[in-house]
Write a protein that binds this ligand. Structure first.
Ligand code: ASP
Length: 350
């Protein structure tokens, strides 16, 4: 349970839109690392020439079948083709994404264990007193991947039919209404904070290891509502298995044209979108990072990836955002943005 604070949460200008990502371009590239790579002192040049010679694992810090998993699997296949090695996905779930991120932070810096994470990379430091990694110091950024709107959805027989009705219902039923999320540090938890502030209610949160399993329970009617990426919610919305109240972006989402924005529905401050980025452990050779950035950039140009993302309400980031510099710039800005918002909300875990 989280208390809403009197300080505004989630400024309407929260930099989560495509415009923001495109503005983030233009930094100089990161410096050249001279350190030997983790695999027994191989020099940078040698590591870059030989890489990759074995299967690459991308850790998803949430459950299989959820939105982060979906995005990762979408890019893993074409990356595998261009790198000439299998790229597999491993779900290391729990603690709002921090377990998986922590595992990659301490992995061998050889380019064979990567992390695909989301906005949670920028919220966890303010949420966890003892986070076992520092986002900017313990990882190398590879590039931004996509940004995904969120949707506020409810179980199919939840009484309210509009966002305004949901606010009234949540207030009238605050002792019993339940909100599903993917744990402290998840995007769904961040959206829950914004909902608490915008609705003026404290939520009873039910935490899952990802919004894949949360969706199963929502469809089954075991929880009342949640806020999650369109990459997870679109199929269920279209199949009529959940009710949808609003999208949390400034503009309507093309693939869900009938769904109002939170602004249209009367809650303009309830805005958040989920950006995803690919990371390697710090110390990974820059020549290896370059190969991964190039493979990611190629994957994001794949027409099948673009079409599938569009079906799910998303799109690859602009090409100039698929760089370590753009990624680091956005991560830095998002750490600065969400840190104070979360501190003001009074959320802290150990
Ligand atoms: N959408 C989830 C979140 O709330 C994570 C996931 O399962 O991908 O962060």
């Amino acid at each position: 349970m989280v208390s809403a604070s009197s300080t505004p949460l989630g400024p309407p200008s929260a930099p989560v839109s495509g415009r923001f990502l495109r503005r983030a371009a233009g930094l100089a590239t990161v410096g050249v690392a001279l350190a030997a790579c983790g695999s027994g002192g191989t020099t940078g040049a040698t590591a870059g020439v030989n890489y990759p010679t074995q299967t690459i694992t991308i850790v998803v810090p949430f459950s299989a079948g959820g939105p982060t998993d979906t995005v990762t699997r979408l890019v893993a296949e074409p990356m595998s083709k261009s790198l000439g090695q299998q790229v597999i996905v491993q779900n290391v779930e729990g603690a709002g994404g921090t377990l998986g991120a922590g595992e990659v932070a301490s992995a061998k810096a050889d380019g064979y264990k990567l992390l695909l994470h989301h906005i949670g990379m920028s919220t966890a430091p303010a949420l966890y007193a003892n986070l076992p990694y520092k986002p900017l110091e313990d990882f190398k950024t590879i590039g931004l991947v996509t940004e995904v709107p969120m949707t506020i959805i409810g179980k199919s027989d939840l009484a309210p039919n509009t966002l305004a009705e949901l606010v009234a219902y949540a207030k009238a039923n605050k002792a019993t209404i339940t909100y599903a999320n993917a744990g402290v540090g998840a995007a769904s938890q961040l959206c829950g904070l914004l909902i608490e502030k915008a609705f003026g209610v404290d939520l009873t949160e039910v935490a899952y290891k990802g919004t894949g399993p949360a969706m199963t329970d929502l469809v089954g009617g075991q929880v009342d509502f949640m806020c999650d990426q369109t990459t997870n919610t679109t199929p269920q919305i279209k199949a009529g298995k959940v009710k949808v109240y609003a999208v949390t972006t400034a503009e309507r989402v093309k693939s869900l044209p009938d769904v109002p924005t939170t602004t249209e529905a009367g809650l303009p401050d309830l805005k958040v979108g989920v950006w995803h980025g690919l990371y390697a452990p710090k110390g990974t050779d820059d020549a290896v990072i370059k190969k991964l950035t190039d493979a990611l950039a190629a994957a994001l140009k794949d027409p099948k990836v673009i079409a599938k993302m569009a079906d799910l309400g998303s799109a690859p980031v602009a090409a100039d955002q698929v760089t370590p510099a753009a990624h680091t710039k956005l991560l830095t800005a998002q750490l600065d943005l969400w840190g104070p918002v979360i501190k003001n909300a009074g959320v802290k875990t150990s």
